[in-house]
Design a protein around this ligand. Structure first.
Ligand code: NDP
Length: 529
């Protein structure tokens, strides 16, 4: 965007962007579509690297579209990338923090400059609509800058401590936060830019060197980010990018004793597996896990019905329910239950669905065949359990939609409250809704899950305080029509989860995040007086 416009793209402002954004996106999309089907290498020690085999990256919008061919890295790839990162570590970590931060800021600038191309690739790879896709890229740059800002504001985390009173001596004590070494970033498909570039940027700004392993559904987006880091002038080996299956390449990276720390973002099952695998090392190494969610919205009888319905529908179905922060269950006090529900049904019926790169489509496909089949299995299971579908409940196969993985956004009611899907992350466009007698009952359900990522509440100001006190989750919104449970932005709503949603208790894009990538060293120097 040009610098004279006050518009800043975030997930909360994305609903009415200026015309200029559409024009830039469309021309970038045309350029990207003209270059589909190329082969891309990995980047190890600054060099393009091939593996013995490649895999196809197809678009979920239309599976005839082969976006590119990517390398199927293996155990040797893992070892080479880790060694490249290890070799680059001494020089990178001993560089003054000001220089590291300057290079990372340059990478963030390059992401901004290339935002429309990156956004077009995200839209095609994930099936995101254009504003969501551009938001993912913009958030990446902001996450990197936020980590840089924190290091700068804290003077590189080099702090003088007290002088202990020693007779005949002068004591000087410093606390210095230092990087760990080689940091592994394993990222998911749904925010392939922000959840790769964000943690990688923080890790490198802190002085670590990184190996990035993106989801196999979205290797292209991460390749574009790795190019931004390379083109910003980061020395060879500081940022290595490898592609290939999680089960083989990913596992080989996790199993390496030469990895000093991990940031994994993805499902609970894989995250816990990685946590346990990584714990087999000789000593405990930092493991930042950002995992799933089962995010509730609670609507009080005092809520603004329109705000509640708009916010819930956006969060339930944005990115086809495939956000870790998606609103997948809703508890509504009985006096407003019918009103909120019928407005949710109206709004859902109006959502544009189809090729999400087209301007009027808010919803695209789910990411792959597996998710497509899971959607159908959940619908069958709910049906058998007695649920009714007020919208959706089926896959969509008319015309061009048959070429992709399109599922109708589904509002389900009458699912018994003890049915297991009230507690399980589904990660498809299905939300379940139930009436409750009072807010305490709703809060009981809200907290009775193994997750604690985000939540939403609609009600009075007095109730808001009660809500913040009682809810067990990392990111919580009250009376937010821009999204009941979704739409966090670095510096505004740092993002992270409690319980099974996250391991560190400190949120990305927040005040305490970049410190996770450093360990503390105390330096005490004694001089005779
Ligand atoms: P997955 O857990 O399936 O995969 C995540 C990453 O782990 C991928 O890169 C995958 O590679 C890799 N992987 C899989 N197995 C292994 C292994 N044995 N060793 C090392 N790496 C492995 O998640 P999805 O990509 O499907 O993403 C969706 C999930 O992510 C949801 O549960 C969602 O809630 C969660 N998420 C959490 C967020 C948070 O901040 N808390 C944010 C966004 C998403 P490959 O693709 O090759 O299998």
């Amino acid at each position: 965007m040009s610098s004279d416009t006050p518009f800043k793209l975030t997930y909360a402002t994305m609903f009415n962007p200026p015309e200029e954004l559409h024009e830039h996106f469309e021309s970038a999309l045309a350029e990207v579509k003209a270059e589909l089907g190329k082969e891309y290498g990995m980047i190890i020690a600054g060099e393009d690297r091939k593996a013995g085999a490649t895999f196809e990256d197809r678009s979920p919008i239309n599976t005839d579209w082969i976006l590119g061919y990517f390398q199927e890295g293996d155990a040797q790839t893992a070892a080479d990338a880790i060694q490249a990162a290890r070799r680059a570590f001494p020089a990178w970590s001993s560089r003054p923090w000001q220089e590291r931060v300057a290079l990372l800021r340059k990478a963030a600038e390059l992401i901004d400059q290339r935002i429309f191309k990156i956004g077009a690739v995200i839209a095609l790879e994930v099936g995101k609509n254009r504003t969501e896709a551009l938001g993912d890229a913009a958030e990446t740059a902001d996450l990197i800058r936020y980590a840089c800002d924190q290091i700068t504001a804290n003077n590189g985390f080099i702090k003088e401590m007290g002088h202990d009173p020693l007779q005949g001596f002068k004591a000087t004590n410093f606390s210095v936060l230092k990087p760990y070494g080689v940091w592994l970033i394993v990222s998911p498909f749904n925010f392939p830019a922000a959840l790769t570039g964000g943690p990688a940027g923080a890790a490198m700004a802190a002085g670590n060197t990184v190996v990035i392993k993106p989801a196999s559904d979205t290797p292209w987006t991460s390749r574009l980010l790795a190019e931004c880091f390379r083109d910003a002038g980061l020395p060879a080996g500081v940022c290595n990018y490898v592609t290939g299956p999680g089960r083989t390449l990913g596992q080989a990276l996790i199993d390496s004793p030469d990895v000093d720390g991990i940031t994994f973002t993805g499902s609970y099952a894989v995250g816990m597996h990685i946590f346990r695998s990584f714990a087999q090392g000789a000593y405990v190494r930092p493991t930042i896990l950002e995992m799933g969610g089962k995010n509730p919205a609670i609507v009080s009888r005092n809520a603004d019905v329109e705000e509640a319905a708009v916010g819930i529908v956006r969060s339930a179905f944005g990115l086809q329910g495939q956000k870790c922060s998606a609103c997948s269950r809703v508890y509504i006090e009985k006096p407003v239950y019918q009103q909120v529900l019928s407005r949710m049904v109206d709004l859902t019926g109006k959502l544009g669905l189809g090729d999400p790169t087209e301007r009027d489509n808010y919803l695209g496909p789910v990411v792959n065949k597996n998710s497509y089949h899971e959607y159908q299995a959940y619908i069958d299971e709910m049906n058998q359990a007695g649920a009714r579908f007020l919208t959706g409940g089926k896959i969509l196969t008319e015309g061009e939609l048959a070429k992709g993985y399109f599922c109708a956004p589904t509002i389900a009611v009458d699912l018994p409250l003890d049915q297991r899907l009230w507690k399980q992350e589904m990660f498809v466009p299905i939300t379940t809704v139930a009436p409750v007698d009072d807010l305490e009952e709703a809060m009981g359900y809200a907290n009775a899950v193994a997750y604690g990522l985000t939540s939403g509440f609609y009600g009075s100001l007095e109730e808001a305080k009660w809500f913040f006190d009682a809810i067990q989750a990392g990111v919580n919104y009250v009376n937010r029509p821009q999204g009941a449970t979704t739409g966090a932005w670095p510096g505004f709503q740092p993002f992270g989860g409690w319980k099974g949603s996250g391991s560190s208790g400190k949120n990305a894009g927040g005040l305490y995040y970049v410190q996770l990538y450093m360990h503390e060293q105390i330096q005490t120097l004694i001089q005779k007086t």
